[in-house]
Design a protein around this ligand. Structure first.
Ligand code: ADP
Ligand code: MG
Length: 513
């Protein structure tokens, strides 16, 4: 049987799975519940005697149970990816965020099987601004769900791929001139903004930025806080945020009101907690006032991406809106005001990322000739994607003169993937027995460890050259090569004799040989 190209958008609040049909068109695979997306929510059912069920309930059913058993429910695990544990205990124990995420992936895989789309490999998307350990964690989550990642690609890149290949402007083979697109992706828990250039059939990322701590959820919180104030004013200072069940109810009401206000000018919030019943009208204008600072943060980041790429808004040809939160009318309005460009909503905001991932899976599986798996898809032939490194990567090294630590960047932010960089350093003492690697990402130290060196004869003198090479692959994963060299008179460093070499991968915040 031929392998079906599968793409997965593992979202903070909702996840979507799609396949590429034989004509190169992405199609969403519906969940067992018949929905196009699955809430990324996991619940461990309390069993007899407090035993936790090994098979958690995932998706819509878990959302339904959240108000009843809030302490048994995990949500927004994606925000914690890369950390050791989920930010609070669930069902009485601490969980690795990637394990919680893997339950969502397993449900998607299971539902695809029900829909007769069995698969083992899939392209999985991550926010462009995800750092190395968050990406590694995503790969780990896939492995735990028995899914082999064909590739990890950036969500905005995936969205642009759909736009470019399904919505016309590369259908006759190439785009006229260069398209410069800003992809603005505001989901439930993350914000990503990416600048892309499309020339002919080449999709190039030229800039990216974002905020992994900003999303639709923050808009909900703003409404929830407003409701809570009103509730406290009316009911003897009773704060609905302080009670687990009350809090879940409050958040659900807030999100519901937010969605209503995307279509209506005015809504009414009803919240009942322990017999106290609040009825509070909320207008779209009030809502936009409560959340203006959040919107401005996204505009600030978008402006910065454009400027960092050495461009002005006038150089862009399109703005693409992706993510459920871009349904809030204020977003398009504010972006249009800032840029003078009409924001495009042709993409299905909820499905575009998964669709792009499915297209990418098709491109990868069909690399040897797309016709092996696809009958006819002229819009996909020859399409290539070039992504960039979203953070600088380097090492802290001691400056010989000042004796102070400084960040020596080995791969610059914005380098084209796969990226490679090397630098030469020196050992500090004779016969040095270890090299301290203090890895930095975006100039912040993220990891340190000592790589032991063998005893060498003849022993190496002090100030022996050390070559460090970083390779950042297409998935955004890092490999480091450290080489100890013997300095020889009249011979260039690059031609020096290698005495010792060590190759290391950076996995889940640890270096692995
Ligand atoms: P993620 O990829 O982060 O999981 P999505 O792109 O699926 O997120 O978007 C989910 C977010 O979109 C949620 O915060 C949800 O409340 C919000 N959302 C969905 N529909 C609407 C709407 N009609 N109006 C406003 N916000 C919406
Ligand atoms: Mg998303």
């Amino acid at each position: 049987m031929k392998e079906i190209p599968i793409g997965i958008d593992l979202g903070t609040t909702f996840s979507v799975i799609a396949y590429l049909d034989a004509y190169g068109r992405p199609q969403t695979i519906r969940s067992a519940e018949g929905e196009i997306s699955t809430p990324s929510v996991v619940m461990f059912e309390p069993g007899p005697g407090g035993v936790i069920s090994a098979n958690p309930v995932v998706g819509r059913a878990a959302v339904g149970a959240a108000a009843m058993f809030p302490e048994h429910v995990a949500e927004m695990m994606k925000r914690d990816m890369g950390r050791d544990t989920y930010h609070r205990p669930v069902a009485g124990r601490n969980w690795r965020p990637e394990l919680l995420q893997s339950f969502v992936l397993a449900k998607l895989k299971h539902d695809a099987q029900l829909a007769e789309m069995p698969f083992r490999r899939a392209v999985i998307t991550v926010p462009a601004y995800f750092n190395n350990s968050r990406r590694e964690c995503t790969i780990e989550a896939a492995a735990l769900a028995d899914i082999e990642p064909l590739a990890i690609i950036n969500e905005p890149t995936a969205a642009a791929l759909v736009y470019g290949t399904q919505h016309g402007f590369v259908d006759d083979g190439r785009v006229a001139g260069v398209e410069r697109i800003l992809v603005y992706d505001l989901g439930g828990g993350t914000f990503d903004v990416t600048l892309m250039e499309i020339e002919g059939r080449e999709f190039r990322v030229i800039g990216t930025d974002g905020d992994v701590e900003l999303g639709g959820r923050d808009w909900d919180v703003a409404i929830a806080n407003r409701i809570a104030e009103e509730f406290m004013a009316q009911f003897r200072g009773r704060d609905p945020r302080l009670d687990g069940r009350g809090f879940q109810k409050l958040m659900a009401e807030a999100e519901n009101a937010k969605r209503m206000l995307s279509n209506l000018e005015q809504t009414v919030i009803n919240l009942e907690i322990g017999g106290d019943m609040l009825r509070m009208p909320l207008s779209r204008t009030d809502f936009e006032g409560l959340t203006i600072d959040l919107l401005e943060r996204t505009v600030f980041t978008s402006d910065k991406v454009v400027r960092d790429a050495g461009l002005n808004w006038g150089d862009l040809t399109r703005i693409l809106l992706v993510g459920g939160s871009t349904k809030m009318p204020a977003i398009a309005r504010r972006l249009e005001e800032e840029s003078g460009i009409a924001a495009s909503k042709v993409l299905a905001a909820d499905e575009a990322v998964a669709h792009g991932a499915a297209i990418y899976a098709g491109l990868l599986l069909g690399a040897k000739g797309i016709r092996e798996i696809i009958i006819s898809a002229p819009q996909l032939e020859g399409v290539s994607v070039k992504d960039i490194c979203s953070h600088s990567l380097g090492m802290l090294v001691k400056d010989r003169k000042t004796r102070e630590l400084r960040d020596s960047v080995i791969i610059e932010k914005g380098s084209r993937l796969p990226a490679q960089g090397e630098r030469y350093y020196e050992t500090t003492v004779a016969n040095q027995r270890g090299i301290k690697i203090r890895l930095t990402e975006a100039h912040q130290p993220i990891f340190e460890n000592v790589i032991p060196l063998p005893e060498l004869s003849p022993p190496l003198p002090e100030r022996s050259p050390v070559r460090v090479e970083f390779t950042f692959d297409n998935n955004g994963c890092l490999e480091i090569v450290v080489e100890l060299l013997r300095r020889m008179q009249g011979i260039q460093l690059s031609a020096s004799q290698v005495i010792h070499q060590q190759r290391i991968r950076f996995v889940r915040g640890e270096l692995k040989s």
